[in-house]
Write a protein that binds this ligand. Structure first.
Ligand SMILES: Nc1nc2c(ncn2[C@@H]2O[C@H](COP(=O)(O)OP(=O)(O)O)[C@@H](O)[C@H]2O)c(=O)[nH]1
Ligand SMILES: [Mg+2]
Length: 262
């Protein structure tokens, strides 16, 4: 075939934006979906027979990663308004006045509980990382993260990652958060973290916290609630397993050894 002239057109949606298949399925972002999620999560309690009244969810991660902001986003989602109950800020002049980068905790540390009850243990852990910096984490931070991951896995808890500041990955994302699960740049960040930490991509939750906004955003609440749902689900599984395992615990398996500390 001899082609003398050819015109190529980009295929786009009615609004001119390129359409991609979502890399993660999610219901449409809407007030109804948020209502559904909050109504599903609000009544959840630790399993019967566990003797635990509250889920203990731990957020860890580098300073300024967005831990406090994530807690505010969750509180905002339940309150239906922008809440800033936990102080947030960048490091240096940030809200954390005294920051010890790494202090070894040992069995002799003050207040260390060497044989915690199930209620005193952590039931679910999320590592909170700034999506725009995952490519250049320092070796010290990587080492800390790996130490934590080892301890968490030894306790039978799976690691969840909350990937914050996804708005910083690309201008289009900041402009339209509803398209996050179609943006390949977010997918790439999720895959990178999953590979770096050896965890499945569906344990990685991209989020955008409130930063400069004063009005509520449906997408912000949806991201926060999806991540919270995963954490609570995992905590429930851990508690159920430990409750069924209670015979072993009485035999002393719940006791902390020096190698359990970091
Ligand atoms: N652009 C943007 N900024 C964020 C996001 N989450 C947190 N921040 C900002 O990052 C800074 C550090 O957040 P903070 O929650 O205090 O981090 P923490 O030290 O891990 O508790 C604050 O200025 C926040 O407003 C986000 O999703 N997007
Ligand atoms: Mg904080």
């Amino acid at each position: 075939m001899v082609v003398t002239e050819m015109e190529v057109y980009a295929v786009s949606g009615a609004d001119g934006k390129k359409r991609h298949r979502p890399w993660r399925k999610c219901s449409d972002f809407s007030d109804e979906y948020i209502k559904l999620l909050t109504e599903e999560l609000a009544p959840l309690r630790p399993p019967n027979g566990s003797d635990v009244t509250n889920f203990c969810l731990l957020l860890i991660g580098p300073i300024s990663g967005g831990k406090s902001s994530f807690i505010n986003a969750v509180l905002s989602a339940f309150a239906g308004k922008v809440i800033q109950k936990v102080a947030v800020g960048e490091s240096e002049q940030g809200v954390t006045k005294r920051f010890s980068p790494y202090r070894h905790v040992s069995l002799r540390s003050v207040g260390f509980i060497s044989k915690p009850t199930l209620a005193q243990e952590i039931h679910s852990v999320a590592l909170v990382l700034d999506a725009s910096t995952v490519s250049d984490l320092s070796p010290t931070i990587k080492c800390m993260i790996n130490d934590c991951k080892r301890l968490i896995l030894e306790k039978g808890i799976q690691l969840v990652v909350i990937l914050t500041k996804i708005d910083k990955l690309h201008k289009d994302i900041a402009d339209d958060l509803a398209d996050v699960f179609k943006h390949q740049v977010v997918n790439a960040a999720v895959e990178k973290v999953s590979e770096m930490l050896g965890i499945p991509p569906n344990n990685v939750f991209p989020v955008k916290n409130y930063h400069s906004e004063v009005e509520t955003e449906v997408a912000v609440h949806t991201f926060a609630l999806m991540a919270l749902r995963k954490l609570i689900c995992m905590a429930s599984d851990v508690l159920e397993e430990r409750t069924n395992d209670s015979d072993d615990r009485t035999a002393g398996s719940g006791e902390v050894k020096e190698s359990d500390t970091a």
